[in-house]
Design a protein around this ligand. Structure first.
Ligand code: HEC
Ligand code: HEC
Ligand code: HEC
Ligand code: HEC
Ligand code: HEC
Ligand code: HEC
Ligand code: HEC
Ligand code: HEC
Length: 508
């Protein structure tokens, strides 16, 4: 009863003190705590850089010191007693400052982050996708205390630095070097919480201005399989950003497009920041209407449901409306509507022409491959790059207005490898096995041939993700010189118009 009463009083006082951010003991202190003073006095000599950065931060101004962030409960696995004479013998600290630690004062941000795909980035550890860096590229030669059997250095230095490691605490409370330093987006922390706020809020300034910069996201959102920073740099938005960096007011507390800046949007503007109608949102999935990572694009609520995230209940239309609200801070409604028609067109093209058929062909080819392990055959790499690199680039490019990434790094590469490598290699597999002595192989070759024939004759049926309708995968007839008559005639008409328009045969 007493507990209930005090809970009620706490709730009531929260209501009364709405403008005060927190009511817990971890609220920013009125003045620097004695523990923090001790940390600062000594660390000024040891690591002046840390103290200086903190001195420049909003935390310093709010009297949130070293101890307020690094303090730990005695029961925490990574708690250790540090300089007991100065700090106190019963005042353990930890090196890791996890989202749970930040949540003492920033509950809303942590809740949103924890609901997002970002917090799930560490799920790749041990997953099938990890095969590449674990086995294909790596070995187990890197041995540390937490990994007596060894761990792949490719995973440690590659995947984990973006996706996050599982931080392993050693007997003496120190952290295993294979797992820390690490600020991966979905890091699994010793206290069980997910992620790392310093993935975007670099310590010890925790500057919002830095987090708003595109380069901040570009640490991870780059490269052949998700070149978002490169696409942005190519886009009109990236150009306008470069030209007007100094007019963006990045360090304002309130940062609303149209009100506080209008020159250009950054990644944060579109995916996270406030607008005149929306608050800042630390769930970066809340404004995207497609998940373009899989071999076939799907709606984000579908993947959220698979991961057990609350986003399972937020449909793609709602998310798209939230994004449109960002765009219309600077653009007119019909401009934005038309953009989405262009973008959806590219998703449908890739999904239906290459994604669905490509995946079906790969699955049908598997029983015929020389080696039964993924990435042990050339064909494994060909299909992987078609969807995971090139097919993504075509979709990502269109989603963020980077035409070169859509075309030459995207659709062109998809077409080149689909027709120039993939199909010829599939045809070879069919030829090798169609008349072989093993009945299973013969059957598999017949099956693969049947699917390939359907695809090349525009008779392969797909379920269009956008409309839910059955459609044919079209656009393959040309490959065997079977382009249908109407299409061929239309192309001829276009040729004639071209010649009329430019007078004579002035083809480039
Ligand atoms: C009397 C000096 C002294 C005081 C007081 C002190 N530290 Fe340290 N701290 C050090 C030294 C020296 C190191 C480096 C130890 C090493 O190299 O392993 C260190 C290391 C650290 C580390 C990194 C540990 C690692 O293994 O990377 C953290 C985090 C840290 N201190 C935080 C704090 C906090 C928070 C406080 C206040 C609660 C504090 N320190 C108070 C001297 C001090
Ligand atoms: C707002 C919270 C916050 C405050 C305030 C804070 N730290 Fe940290 N500190 C962090 C975070 C986050 C990390 C990164 C650890 C991780 O990956 O979880 C960190 C890491 C460290 C490290 C180890 C990393 C390195 O670069 O060597 C040291 C040492 C450290 N802090 C010392 C201090 C000292 C000294 C102060 C006070 C002057 C301080 N911290 C204030 C959040 C904070
Ligand atoms: C003890 C309470 C407390 C803890 C713990 C804490 N903060 Fe803060 N934080 C504050 C206060 C207070 C402010 C200042 C608010 C203001 O001035 O508007 C702040 C401001 C911020 C800002 C805004 C900075 C800016 O430039 O506007 C960021 C980002 C931030 N904190 C991130 C973190 C992260 C990440 C952690 C954990 C690693 C953390 N904080 C831990 C209390 C805390
Ligand atoms: C440069 C940072 C970086 C590295 C290194 C990296 N990734 Fe990623 N990974 C990302 C980003 C960013 C995304 C999300 C891309 C997007 O949304 O378009 C992602 C997405 C993924 C996904 C899809 C997740 C989903 O929800 O669909 C998987 C699986 C994945 N990565 C596995 C790996 C593996 C395994 C490695 C190492 C072999 C690796 N990644 C290396 C940054 C990285
Ligand atoms: C993907 C990058 C990213 C990560 C990870 C991230 N933040 Fe932020 N955060 C931002 C950006 C960008 C802003 C600035 C939003 C804006 O434009 O006002 C911000 C703003 C903030 C603010 C200022 C208050 C506000 O609403 O404007 C706080 C506090 C904060 N973050 C805390 C956290 C905490 C705590 C975590 C870890 C749970 C975290 N952030 C993780 C990018 C990130
Ligand atoms: C430390 C690496 C890292 C940083 C920094 C980072 N991201 Fe991510 N991001 C990822 C990874 C990994 C994923 C894929 C997570 C998954 O689904 O497993 C991802 C996914 C996303 C998604 C897809 C979300 C969804 O629900 O499908 C968006 C949008 C996104 N990030 C935007 C941003 C923005 C904007 C920033 C900068 C403000 C940023 N990211 C910074 C690693 C990062
Ligand atoms: C002008 C607004 C805008 C800017 C600026 C912007 N994006 Fe996007 N982003 C979008 C739109 C629109 C989509 C597609 C949304 C949808 O599917 O409905 C998208 C999609 C994404 C996705 C999802 C990709 C996937 O695989 O499903 C990621 C990740 C992402 N953006 C990251 C970034 C990063 C990182 C930056 C900065 C380098 C950035 N964005 C800049 C508007 C923007
Ligand atoms: C902060 C303002 C701002 C926001 C928010 C914004 N844009 Fe833009 N947008 C611009 C500016 C500035 C240009 C460049 C105009 C020019 O170069 O003439 C531009 C150009 C464009 C272009 C023309 C691309 C080209 O190459 O011709 C498209 C399409 C576009 N934006 C779509 C969007 C979409 C969709 C969103 C929301 C997802 C969005 N914008 C959000 C400011 C913004």
């Amino acid at each position: 009863m007493i507990q209930k009463l005090s809970a009620f009083l706490a709730a009531a006082s929260l209501l009364l003190l709405q403008s005060v951010s927190v009511a817990s003991v971890d609220a920013p202190p009125a003045s620097f705590s004695d523990e923090t003073k001790a940390c600062v006095a000594c660390h000024k000599k040891r690591s002046l850089g840390v103290v200086q950065q903190w001195g420049d931060s909003k935390h310093y101004r709010a009297k949130v010191g070293c101890y307020e962030c690094h303090k730990a409960d005695a029961g925490d696995v990574d708690a250790f007693i540090h300089e007991p004479k100065k700090v106190g013998a019963n005042k353990p600290i930890s090196i890791i400052v996890s989202p749970k630690d930040c949540s003492n004062c920033h509950e809303k941000e942590v809740e949103q982050y924890t609901s997002s795909h970002h917090s799930q980035g560490g799920r790749i550890i041990g997953s099938l996708d990890n095969l590449l860096a674990d086995v294909v590229e790596g070995n187990r030669a890197m041995v540390t205390e937490a990994f007596p059997q060894g761990v792949s250095a490719a995973v440690v230095n590659g995947c984990w630095q973006c996706h996050g490691s599982r931080v392993e605490v050693l007997e003496d409370g120190s952290l295993d070097p294979a797992t820390w330093p690490n600020s991966g987006i979905g890091r699994i922390n010793p206290d069980g919480s997910r992620g790392s706020c310093s993935a975007c809020h670099s310590r010890h300034k925790f500057s919002v201005a830095q987090a708003r910069q595109p380069e901040n996201c570009g640490k991870c959102h780059m490269g052949p399989d998700h070149p978002q920073i490169e696409i942005y740099t190519e886009s009109k938005h990236g150009i306008a950003y470069q030209a007007n960096k100094d007019k963006m007011n990045m360090d304002r507390s309130k940062w609303i497009p149209g009100e506080d800046y209008d020159a250009a949007p950054t990644c944060a503007t579109c995916h996270m920041s406030a607008t005149a109608n929306q608050e800042v949102n630390h769930d970066v999935g809340m404004r995207i209407s497609w998940n373009n990572r899989p071999a076939i694009s799907v709606r984000p609520e579908t993947t959220d449901a698979k991961m057990g995230l609350p986003g399972a209940h937020v449909d793609w239309e709602t998310r798209r409306d939230s994004m449109k609200d960002v765009c219309t801070s600077c653009h007119g409604d019909s401009f934005v509507e038309n953009f989405y028609v262009q973008y959806d067109g590219q998703i449908e093209l890739y999904n239906n022409k290459f994604g669905f058929p490509g995946l079906a062909l790969y699955n049908a080819a598997k029983p015929l491959l020389k080696r039964p392990y993924k990435f042990a055959n050339h064909l494994d790499f060909v299909w992987f790059e078609i969807w995971h690199h090139e097919g993504r680039r075509s979709r990502h490019g269109a989603s963020m207005m980077g035409p070169d990434w859509t075309q030459w790094h995207g659709n062109y590469e998809v077409g080149k490898h689909f027709y120039g490598t993939y199909i010829p290699e599939l045809e070879e597999l069919i030829e090798e096995n169609l008349h072989c002595s093993t009945p299973e192989k013969r059957a598999a070759a017949e099956n693969l041939k049947a699917i390939l024939d359907q695809v090349l004759n525009d008779e392969f049926v797909v379920i269009d993700v956008q409309s839910g309708e059955e459609k044919f995968s079209t656009g393959h007839l040309w490959f065997n010189g079977k382009m249908n008559k109407d299409d061929a005639e239309r192309r001829m008409e276009e040729r004639e118009e071209f010649i009329k328009r430019y007078g004579g045969k002035t083809d480039k």
